[in-house]
Design a protein around this ligand. Structure first.
Ligand SMILES: Nc1ncnc2c1ncn2[C@@H]1O[C@H](COP(=O)(O)OP(=O)(O)OP(=O)(O)O)[C@@H](O)[C@H]1O
Ligand SMILES: [Mg+2]
Length: 563
């Protein structure tokens, strides 16, 4: 666990933690002094003769030249008061630094997770579940923050306990041993019983949270279908079950959190009363001489009990959130793509040589594909569903790496060093267009600051601008997923989106097959016109739309069967 945590921290973090470590030692000393100093004060306050019998008091009395015993005690008291104020300030600074460190962890972890997911190779990304990734960013990062905070809390409290214990041992080891035995027994009992339950609750919590996100995504993503099949009851039931279980484990967790404290308090106060009764029984009436020792022990216990309790509840928090560390660590250690941006030219042709590809081992999807695509030519891939058309195009646009064989652009091999530059030459229009909830302008430019002239020019080319002027132009809202637009309009926005970066190569993967014949023809003709000086790669089912293509390749079971 420590190893995993260490790998998540930067050098600066480690330095900060070292600082916190020393500060927590300082706090422990301050706390211990704060408790032990009450003993001499009460001794002196109840028995002035001490001032003249104890050698230290005599010295202090002489050095500062006090006029009376009362004055001595008053000064002693005032100094103590200042000390306690100082103690509070030091504690406050410590808590501030602690929470500053732990809370900013949330920001850093969530950011790094998102960054890593965005850097995933396409192949790895589609193999993953997006709700799990959402959950990691939103929930697990915060659970891990709680875990880190619990560990730091635990460390500082352990110091306090050690220091105060040492002091108690020094003052009266018999009473201290008795207390130690009782408290340790309690702690063990708690760890054996309560902590186990909390750990189990933690595992169920993580499962339920995952189920949550999955059900929400599944339902909101297929809303129409669910409505049609009147499936909402089933979804609600599943969700209800997950949320109920989630609430239940949280109830268990929050209730059990209090058990160690309440138990310790009962035992702790019982022990104090036992000690006082025992002393009264042993020394009969004469306990006033022991008042100082007793008050020190009361104060020490009063300080120790919450500490021991916090150590235990931190321990439980660590158990409750331990899965978060594993999840976040695994996802952060995952290598993201390191891709280069070396210039690559495309002035003549793309050549594909002996291309082989498989998603899973020994399941060949593309088999010995050879072809060349001349600049500014219009070519198409056809073939049965599952024959590998999309896969081939995804390799050409640089989303997948070939297993064997090479891709060349003007005799330069397309590889990790130049893939970014290669991808930037490509405009892609998918079959199902995803528009996000925003304006047309934001959707076309993907949320970046856009150049209005270029944007309008692209919308004009895609023949959608006239329609938009009847609404709010580029500020027209599209609704979530583009729900306020028709299929054809969405498709045109997608065309404008693909044109916006002024790509040299335009790729359409069945981009128009969802449209009616006339609209499809119309849009395809517009695309051919736009692509006069661009290379166009089309996947289509209907041959009628390919009349302006120079070359049509037919794929069957991952092979090109005509040439
Ligand atoms: N991510 C993936 N993991 C494993 N297998 C995949 C993956 N994507 C596609 N396949 C498989 O690869 C084969 C080719 O798929 P591809 O999407 O390239 O076909 P296609 O020709 O585009 O079909 P369609 O016309 O239906 O779009 C199919 O058998 C498919 O099951
Ligand atoms: Mg396909």
């Amino acid at each position: 666990m420590i190893q995993k945590l260490k790998s998540l921290l930067t050098k600066k973090d480690k330095l900060f933690l070292l600082g916190l470590f020393f500060l927590s030692i300082l706090i422990s000393i301050v706390e211990t002094v704060g408790i032990s100093i009450i003993m001499p004060f009460i001794s002196v306050a109840t028995d002035f003769t001490l001032i003249h019998t104890n050698e230290y008091y005599i010295q202090v009395y002489d050095i500062f030249n006090f006029n009376s015993d009362v004055e001595f005690v008053i000064y002693f008291g005032v100094i103590l008061m200042f000390f306690y104020i100082l103690r509070s300030i030091v504690n406050l600074i410590y808590f501030f630094m602690l929470s500053k460190f732990t809370q900013s962890r949330y920001h850093i972890l969530a950011y790094r997770l998102f960054e890593n997911y965005m850097g995933l190779p396409y192949k790895d990304f589609i193999a993953r579940n997006s709700s799990t990734m959402t959950k990691s960013i939103v929930a697990e990062a915060s659970n891990l923050t709680a875990l880190i905070s619990a560990i730091l809390f635990m460390i500082s409290e352990v110091f306090i306990v050690i220091f105060i214990y040492t002091m108690m041992l020094y003052v009266n080891y018999k009473i201290t041993f008795l207390l130690t035995a009782i408290l340790v027994l309690n702690a063990l009992l708690m760890i054996k019983t309560v902590s186990k339950k909390i750990k189990k609750a933690g595992i169920i919590r993580a499962q339920m949270q995952k189920t949550f996100y999955e059900i929400i995504n599944r339902s909101f993503g297929n809303f129409k279908l669910i409505k049609l099949q009147s499936n909402d009851k089933k979804m609600l039931n599943d969700f209800g079950e997950a949320s109920y279980t989630y609430a239940k484990v949280n109830i268990t967790n929050t209730t059990l959190q209090h058990v160690p404290r309440l138990f310790l308090e009962a035992v702790g106060f019982g022990v104090i009363i036992f000690i006082i009764t025992y002393l009264v029984w042993k020394y009969e009436n004469n306990v006033s001489s022991l008042l100082a020792t007793i008050s020190m022990f009361v104060l020490a216990l009063y300080r120790l009990m919450p500490s021991v309790n916090r150590i235990m509840s931190s321990y439980n928090q660590i158990l409750f959130n331990h899965k978060a560390l594993e999840i976040v660590h695994n996802d952060l250690m995952y290598d993201s793509e390191k891709l280069g941006n070396q210039d690559i030219l495309f002035n003549n042709e793309i050549v594909i040589k002996n291309l082989e590809f498989e998603y899973e081992e020994n399941k060949t999807i593309l088999n010995n594909v050879n072809l060349s695509i001349e600049k500014n030519s219009k070519i198409a891939f056809i073939g049965k569903s599952g024959s590998g058309k999309s896969t081939l195009v995804d390799i050409i646009i640089g989303l997948y790496k070939p297993k064997d064989g090479i891709l060349l652009s003007d005799n330069t091999i397309i590889n990790d060093l130049n893939i970014k530059s290669w991808r930037s030459k490509i405009g892609y229009i998918p079959q199902s267009v995803y528009l996000f909830d925003g304006t047309v302008g934001e959707n076309v430019s993907f949320g970046t600051d856009y150049d209005e002239d270029i944007l309008i020019d692209c919308l004009r080319k895609a023949k959608i601008y006239d329609f938009l002027t009847t609404k709010e132009g580029i500020n027209t809202l599209v609704g979530e997923g583009g729900i306020m637009l028709s299929g054809g309009q969405k498709q045109r926005i997608a065309i404008a989106r693909a044109l916006y970066t002024n790509p040299e190569i335009l790729v359409l993967d069945e981009a128009t097959s969802a449209l009616d014949d006339d609209t499809e023809k119309e849009i395809m003709n517009e695309i051919y016109d736009i692509c006069e000086d661009k290379t166009l790669i089309i996947i289509a089912h209907r041959l009628s739309t390919l009349n302006r293509c120079e070359k049509i390749y037919k794929l069957e079971k991952g092979r090109i069967i005509n040439d």
